[in-house]
Design a protein around this ligand. Structure first.
Ligand SMILES: Cc1cc2nc3c(=O)[nH]c(=O)nc-3n(C[C@H](O)[C@H](O)[C@H](O)COP(=O)(O)OP(=O)(O)OC[C@H]3O[C@@H](n4cnc5c(N)ncnc54)[C@H](O)[C@@H]3O)c2cc1C
Length: 71
């Protein structure tokens, strides 16, 4: 049995764009279709899910959020 790849994004499906698997769609800056809302890690649509990619996403999302707030 293998568990762990179903994202817990149900509460966001009416707020931000998700795909058929419930993964949040975000661009390379981790920005969603809603200005000021960012997604990172396994919660978003992407090809590879590893700790390193999640940490990278987190850094990018945090810097993008900082940039958004500063602007
Ligand atoms: C079985 C399995 C084996 C894996 N093995 C490896 C491996 O060997 N090497 C590797 O690099 N990667 C591995 N991965 C992938 C790796 O675990 C993930 O890519 C990584 O943990 C994603 O980090 P994340 O922070 O995005 O999500 P998560 O680590 O899932 O963290 C999300 C956190 O949010 C919390 N949360 C959820 N909903 C809420 C809420 N409403 N309010 C507050 N908190 C909430 C959860 O409890 C959780 O602590 C494995 C994954 C699985 C499932």
């Amino acid at each position: 049995m293998f568990i762990g790849y179903v994202p817990s994004t149900g509460r966001f499906k009416d707020s931000v764009e998700t795909n058929a698997n419930g993964e949040i769609i975000a661009d390379q800056c981790m920005a969603t279709n809603v200005p000021g809302v960012f997604a990172a890690g396994d919660t978003r649509q992407k090809r590879f899910r590893q700790i390193t990619t999640a940490v990278s996403d987190g850094t990018i999302a945090a810097l993008s959020a900082l940039e958004y707030i500063s602007a």
